[in-house]
Design a protein around this ligand. Sequence first.
Ligand SMILES: [Ca+2]
Ligand SMILES: [Ca+2]
Length: 307
Amino acid sequence: MAAASTYLLEKTSEGGLTTRASLFTSQENNFLFAYCGYSLAVGDFDDNGLEDVVVGCPQYDKDKGAIVIFYQKKSGKSFKMKMESQHRFGLQPEARFGSSISWIEDVDGDGYRELAVGAPGVDDVVGSVHIFCGRLGILPTEPCQILRAEEGMRNFGWAIASGSGNLAVSAYGQSVAVFKRLPVIIASVEVLLQGRLPYETLGPVNVSVCLSYTFRRSSDFDDSGRWFNAMLRLDDGVGNPRLIFEGTKESTKEFAVQVKANSQLCRNFQVMLQTRSQNPYAQYKLTANASLVANQPLVVPAVMNIG
Ligand SMILES: [Ca+2]
Ligand SMILES: [Ca+2]
């Protein structure tokens, strides 16, 4: 096992299998005793139509562990296979990063699949699973999410498997946790000003914050509505804001709203000057943002893009 290689096989014309390529030789890459090939996953990660291979090496460098991803590339017009590799490494001694590997069907809706890597030895064998979100077909340096074991679990990430974007993770000898893919929500937040902010009089004027959202995948569609926590800041970035909400001395308002898919919901606010301005061309910066209210705390939260 110390000199492990991983062999890519292809079907022969007789229907059997023959070696097409040797992807990895432990001695050549200082991966001796790393147990490369302990886990494997095959899938088209960079969406170029050719299958890519990920090799797990959980005993690399004091059992920190590592994975090697081999991208399959077309070579000129000959279509001969050319492999280009990348490495990612475990960060803790004894983490055994790479003990398990699984592709996950595109979770965040960007068109590229994600890669899950188990590290069951992390934190004195509590374990974790690292999710690398495919970005433009390149394996990112850092995971976009780390799944942690629930309290009391040991060896979380010993084995992982994925189907339809969901992920099952075993805590060896104890239980299996299933993480369900949630919808990808594309939200829009607008600040609308009705009329012109006053400079000679104190106001008020009407400011609206309008939220709407849609789903990235049509299969995500669920019109039950989503709750958002939103915030409106008046005169953002100024030490002593010149604008306030009518009847208050506040320049920041937080509120929660429930919005239905594909429809816009607006909340209106009366805004006024705190002191008269001498400058008719004074600029005010009004900003709003929103975040999803997590209503299912034990599952992976939905991914939201603000547009
Ligand atoms: Ca590929
Ligand atoms: Ca993706």
